[in-house]
Design a binder for this molecule. Structure first.
Ligand SMILES: O=P(O)(O)OC[C@H]1O[C@](O)(CO)[C@@H](O)[C@@H]1O
Length: 385
């Protein structure tokens, strides 16, 4: 289903991964058992999220309240029979007006997703949709102005477990309810997460993907390698990169610490960023993201030889990996069997575990984001004066 390969790290032989991680691992397990709820969420009965399917589904949210849903939807779109999604996840007027014009004459199912219920962008987009579009509403929220509004209007309300932070909430109502409406097979998505959970319980940490990847990134960061590049050779996983940026950025970027996430698309970026990765400052660790099988393929002639396009992109990925290793740029590789629900569930959950465990290694709280409040306060002051 999913494979994690770090043989190039072993070849480089620069870090000592025989790190005594047991104490951190136990502390993390204990946290997942008692205080942080994203692991327990994958063992819940998910039938409660299967409310209704709809031809047109609007999702209004920001950050962790929408990026996971977008990741799964855009990864599967075009290959699975999905319903139409409209994501309102910004205040860019051009984008929002365009969507409103597209859905004005439809009667979509509208999800309003916000854990706090007070996020500026989500509130204004809801106010716009309420005015311009007719439709049924489902609110996924725990408080604030949006909970008040939903109660007042008598809309269907679902909650998010308080101990699951937004960016770790894809396997709660936040992701699963809208994805079900969009006709994604959420059982298969959860099965993928459960498969990864078995790997996470592996006591031999060399075989425990999230743990060993966390340790590799942590030990390299200690050597000054503090930019984590996610280089996907599957364009449909672009939105996974957007989700990954928030998870890594908000979880570990605090107290003067952190690793900067960078999203790259192969083979395209071989012709833009590879020069920098190969020969620039040695501050990057690359994660290749690829698949065993592309869902489409086509034959093409090159220099009088016939190739499949999937073979060419694989040669390009492998060549990049070899060249980077030759130049002592650390790199690891995640290979999905195919872009499908199970593999996406496993991938998303692997990263939540990895980043949560890195919080233990750094001894920082990977589940809050206090620094973003300052911008919200300043913005509100400017808006209201
Ligand atoms: O779900 P909410 O409360 O609307 O928050 C949206 C996003 O905003 C943040 O709080 C950052 O401002 C993220 O952590 C969160 O995912």
């Amino acid at each position: 289903m999913i494979n994690f390969n770090y043989e190039n790290i072993l070849k480089l032989n620069e870090i000592d991964i025989k790190f005594d991680y047991k104490e951190y691992y136990n502390r993390f397990l204990n946290k997942l058992e008692n205080t942080v709820g994203f692991r327990k969420a994958i063992f819940e009965d998910i039938n409660k999220y299967k409310i209704e399917k709809a031809e047109d589904v609007v999702v209004i949210g920001m950050g962790g309240s929408i990026l996971g849903t977008e990741t799964v939807y855009y990864a599967l779109k075009g290959y699975n029979k999905l319903n139409n999604a409209y994501f309102l996840d910004n205040t860019d007027p051009e984008k929002i007006v365009k969507i409103i014009n597209e859905i004005k004459d439809k009667e979509p199912l509208i999800y309003v997703v916000s854990k706090s219920g007070n996020t500026l962008e989500t509130i204004v987009n809801y106010n716009l949709i309420k005015k311009e579009v007719k439709g049924d509403y489902i609110f996924i929220t725990n408080g604030g102005k949006l909970l008040e509004e939903a109660k007042e209007k008598g809309y269907y309300i679902m909650n998010i477990p308080e101990n699951v932070p937004g960016r770790y909430s894809i396997f709660t109502a936040v992701g699963l309810a809208p994805l079900y409406s969009l006709n994604v097979n959420i059982d298969r998505l959860i099965n993928g997460a459960k498969y990864m959970d078995k790997i996470f319980l592996e006591e031999d940490f060399y075989k425990n993907y999230p743990i060993i990847n966390a340790i590799i990134h942590y030990l390299y960061e200690k050597r000054g390698v503090d930019i984590a590049v996610l280089m996907s050779y599957v364009e449909s996983l672009y939105h996974f990169g957007e989700w990954f940026k928030q998870l890594l950025g908000e979880s570990l970027g605090k107290e003067g610490k952190g690793i900067t996430p960078l999203l790259s698309i192969g083979a395209k970026d071989q012709h833009s960023l590879l020069q920098l990765y190969m020969d620039g400052k040695k501050d990057k660790i690359i994660t290749f993201l690829t698949v065993e099988k592309y869902r489409d393929d086509i034959e093409v002639e090159y220099n009088n030889k016939i190739f499949k396009l999937s073979e060419i992109i694989k040669y390009e990925q492998l060549a990049t990996e070899k060249a980077l290793t030759n130049n002592k740029v650390p790199n690891v590789k995640i290979t999905l069997e195919e872009v499908k629900e199970e593999c996406l569930g496993a991938l998303l959950y692997m990263y939540m575990l990895q980043i949560g465990f890195m919080g233990e290694l750094y001894n920082i709280n990977a589940y809050n984001q206090p620094a973003v409040e300052e911008e919200k306060r300043i913005c509100l002051e400017m808006m209201m004066k």
